[in-house]
Design a protein around this ligand. Structure first.
Ligand code: AMP
Ligand code: MG
Length: 337
């Protein structure tokens, strides 16, 4: 409960800061925004849209989050991801083509991301249960016993028959790092399909925008200070990008004996990476940066910076656990601290 309330408070704060930053200089003549907040996908999702039919469009965008959550929610025994997991080591399971798309997307990037992003990490994330099991630290033996089940190459995907098979008993997929960004892209599509030209969708750190604010200024977004839930570590105007994605150890975590344990796990060790408190990526939406941020959180500053070079136009803000802020060269002069 303590953990959940912490998640709620920190996410709510980001939302309100984002929106107030977005609206503070709005003109008197601007049309009224329609804004709605829902708790979905284990996080707080806030959508703001301007223009005709904005309420209908926002509701349609939430439908997309609900739909993707219905497919991927590992805490719902009837979701497709849960069915695949329950059938691990036994049989293949027919799934929606979108589940195949998400799995293939993650697999296609896994090698480039140095194995730091691995959707077969489910057995380990379930063991830790961060945000769901209280202050529980599993034994090293328990972690080591599950590590052989983490290997995305073992996932058998048949994209003609739309089936997925996890060949080892106990193997689990976890689409937590993929589904939110995927759903957010679909939500943006739903808004655009209804004629929306100005909107902001914040799904617990996965922020996407359409166009400019109603006053024709760029959306300005605050990056949360990972060690002060009421503070902003950096601000930037979304002039060249339409996605801002943060992975951080403050989004879902617990502290035990003075040590912070977050929801992002290094698939190679089964433990939390400790170099970064958060990493924020800004990019154009077609770059699939939501996968990047999780992987860069695992890889740290140096390897993260190298990886970034393979994504032209994509920039990053790293905040280390000892408080240093490092920005990629393309962001210099474009960011306020
Ligand atoms: P994000 O907040 O987008 O970085 O995604 C974090 C979520 O992805 C976690 O809550 C887990 O469900 C899952 N996850 C944690 N570590 C990894 C990892 N190394 N690779 C893939 N998924 C992960
Ligand atoms: Mg993500």
């Amino acid at each position: 409960m303590k953990v959940l309330s912490r998640i709620l408070i920190s996410s709510l704060l980001v939302c309100s800061l984002l929106i107030s930053a977005g609206c503070s200089t709005g003109t008197l003549f601007a049309a009224k925004p329609y804004k709605e907040t829902q708790f979905l996908m284990d996080t707080i999702i806030e959508i703001t849209a301007y223009g005709n039919n904005n309420e209908v469009a926002v509701k349609a965008a939430f439908d997309e989050f609900r739909r993707i959550n219905g497919l991927t929610n590992k805490f719902d025994a009837s979701s497709q991801v849960s069915k695949v997991n329950q059938a691990a080591g036994k049989e293949k399971v027919q799934v929606d083509p979108e589940v195949i798309t998400m799995l293939k997307l993650a697999r296609s990037r896994a090698e480039q991301l140095n194995g730091a992003l691995d959707v077969s990490i489910g057995a380990i994330t379930e063991l830790w249960g961060v945000g769901h099991k209280g202050e529980f630290v599993p034994s090293q033996a328990a972690i080591e016993a599950l590590l052989p089940l983490v290997n995305y190459e073992l996932i058998e995907i048949d994209d003609k028959a739309n089936t997925v098979f996890l060949p080892k008993l106990g193997m689990r997929i976890d689409l937590g790092a993929v589904a939110k960004g995927y759903a957010n892209r679909k939500a943006i599509d739903a808004l655009k399909a209804r004629g929306i030209k100005s909107a902001l969708v914040n799904a617990g750190g996965d922020v996407r925008i359409i166009g400019k604010r109603q006053d024709n200024q760029p959306w300005r977004i605050g990056v949360q200070d990972p060690r002060n839930s009421e503070g902003i570590a950096a601000k930037l105007a979304m002039t060249e990008w339409d996605v801002l994605e943060t992975s951080g150890d403050y989004q879902r975590f617990f502290v035990k004996d003075g040590v912070r344990y977050s929801h992002i796990i290094d698939p190679r060790t089964g433990y939390q990476p400790r170099e970064l408190a958060s990493v924020t990526i800004v990019a154009k939406s077609d770059n699939y940066v939501d996968l990047l941020s999780t992987a860069m959180f695992v890889l740290g500053v140096e390897k993260g910076q190298q990886l970034l070079k393979q994504y032209p136009g994509t920039e990053a803000i790293f905040i280390t656990t000892d408080g240093k802020k490092i920005v990629s060269p393309g962001l210099e002069g474009k960011i306020e601290f």
